[in-house]
Design a protein around this ligand. Sequence first.
Ligand code: AMP
Ligand code: MG
Length: 348
Amino acid sequence: MTSVALRALCAAWWVAGTAGFDDAPDVRRFEFRETHMGSEFKILLYCADDRAAKEASRAAFDRIAALDKCYSDYDPESELMRLCDRAGGPPVEVSEDLFRILERAQSLAVRTDGAFDATIQPVVKLWRRARRNGELPTAEQRREALALVGFDKMELDPEARTVRLSVTGMRLDLGGIAKGAAGDAALSVLRERGITRALVAGAGDIVMGDPPPGESGWTIGIAPLEKPNATPEQFLSLSNAAVSTSGDAERFVEIDGVRYSHIVNPRTGLGLTGRSSVTVVAPDGTTADSLATALSVLGPEKGLELIESTEGAASFLVWSDDGPRRTLKSTVWSDLPQVQPGGEVIRP
Ligand code: AMP
Ligand code: MG
């Protein structure tokens, strides 16, 4: 597809869902919050019926909780961790939910040549330990961890719906993709119940359905890099789309004056050290979440190439490594509807 055709398609898709909705006059805004996957999830929805709103949000949160039970790398009883316990053995049949997300992670690993890699957990574990101790892992510890990392060590068989982890001791980590996937699943639950004007946000990962009544989109505020809590610099109006932000603003460890991000480089076994904030808009939460993490590792040049080759994706990056602070955007970013904030602003 030519870039002009792609941009036209994207522009059409971003405004889809904004016209032709009749709303009952007594439609109200509901907001629900619960903690899942170590983050606060928020559901915003518009509905005329109190009970339907509560029941739908309950079902959506239950779906997120079920996915947490499947994807968690903190819970030794999660399906993911039980799969890892069998690393080094024969293929293991897994649930549809687990297989689907591993397929998505694996396809991004292939596209990014392993910059995004779900087998990264042994390195993430070293990073967590460094954060507790304030000490960097030794070269030997990094070597040992990296010997267990590599998307080529995970084999997926879609026919049999099995996963084989080829090296004993391998561990998987879906932290870079799970919240977006959970947002997608929760929004589907709401839609199945007829609630289409809804938004699900899990920390920096937001998935949107149709816009609030009378609005052309949900207003998303993009904050500046150095001050994530400051007034946003840009406001987008989006619906039936997802937006994710990744960066080191909140989770990092500083050792000997160097900041190491919780996003790690699978080549070095260390947390990323440049300051960055990556925002990705995509058709669904799984794509937006995983791409935002991937771009953080790839850096601006390769990252933007990846975005340009992903249908319906756009990205805005603020980068400051050794040189001066740089602001970059993909071609399609400029086609996203920018608005002046009037009503409610949602922040990733
Ligand atoms: P996010 O906040 O979505 O960017 O995800 C960050 C999380 O992704 C980290 O806390 C890790 O759990 C996981 N992660 C870190 N580095 C990588 C990587 N290179 N590839 C895939 N997942 C990663
Ligand atoms: Mg992510």
